[in-house]
Design a protein around this ligand. Structure first.
Ligand code: PXP
Length: 260
């Protein structure tokens, strides 16, 4: 199973100060040396983290393939075609959301997606569709002729976080899950894994490559890694969050040395 590292959150930190430190570009070498297989970035319509110049520099300088997530917005699609990443992952985007909540509604937007996929293919860009683990949706992706589907693991991750909150913090309060008993949450977790497994199996049968991502962290990976049809995971938040603390001690030591 391959790992794509989503480095958007380095840009979140950079943008908080509106200076160029930390520069997401500096992550490329570290992520590659650490054994990752892909760099993933999301050029959002509101440019809240990765900016156009970041995307351009990352695609030009990355020794690893770059997976550029983007919405169906025509302006964004034109930029993506110009940037020519190795892969474009189409995701739904709402301005007010904190992160990508839910997969693409492929059935309702089939025509629009067909045009976007054709445009990206015409620019030799491999296409992935970020979807909820639903069989009909997987079949529609197959009809669109894309190479990849990326299964949204957010529901699984949210249930896991509610059930094992001592291990893994929920990224946002999930109102619909708050009322469930431990027993119901255990059942819901099992069902979410089964849905991911069924969707991955169906996609694999249809010769679609299968990726998965969203909300995956150092605690909830086991059940996902057991789904052998999944070839790749895209993980961002938990890796960047951990890197803050795995790097903090060294950063303080280096500053103390300079002060001395
Ligand atoms: N895959 C897709 C399509 C995403 O939109 C995101 C979030 O940007 C991720 C994976 C990574 O999710 P997380 O940051 O929760 O690991």
């Amino acid at each position: 199973m391959k790992l794509g590292v989503n480095i958007d959150h380095i840009a979140v930190l950079r943008n908080a100060r509106q200076i160029n430190d930390p520069d997401p570009l500096d992550a490329l070498g570290i992520v590659k040396r650490a054994g990752a297989d892909q760099i993933t970035i999301h050029l959002r319509e509101d440019r809240r983290h990765i900016h156009d110049a970041d995307a351009k520099a990352i695609i030009q300088n990355s020794a690893l393939p770059v997976n550029l997530e983007c919405s169906l917005d025509p302006e964004i699609l034109n930029i993506v075609c110009e940037l020519k990443p190795h892969r474009a992952t189409l995701v739904p985007e709402k301005r007010e959301e904190v992160t990508t909540e839910g997969g693409l509604d492929v059935l309702s937007h089939f025509g629009k997606l067909k045009l976007a996929v054709e445009q990206l293919h015409a620019h030799d860009i491999e296409v992935s569709l970020f979807i909820d683990p639903d069989l009909q949706t997987v079949e529609a992706c197959h009809k669109l002729g894309v190479t990849w589907v990326e299964l949204h693991t957010g529901t699984y991750a949210n249930i896991f976080a509610m059930l094992y909150s001592n291990l893994s913090r929920s990224r946002h309060s999930v109102k619909s899950l708050e009322k469930l008993s431990k027993n119901e949450l255990t059942k819901a977790l099992k069902s979410s894994i089964q849905q991911l497994h069924k969707a991955a199996t169906e996609a694999d049968k249809l010769k679609l490559k299968v990726a998965a991502g969203h909300g995956l962290n150092y605690h909830n990976l086991d059940a996902i890694c057991d789904i052998t049809e999944i070839e790749e995971l895209n993980i961002g938040q938990s890796i960047i969050a951990r890197s803050v603390f795995s790097g903090l001690e060294n950063a303080v030591i280096q500053m103390k040395e300079l002060i001395k």
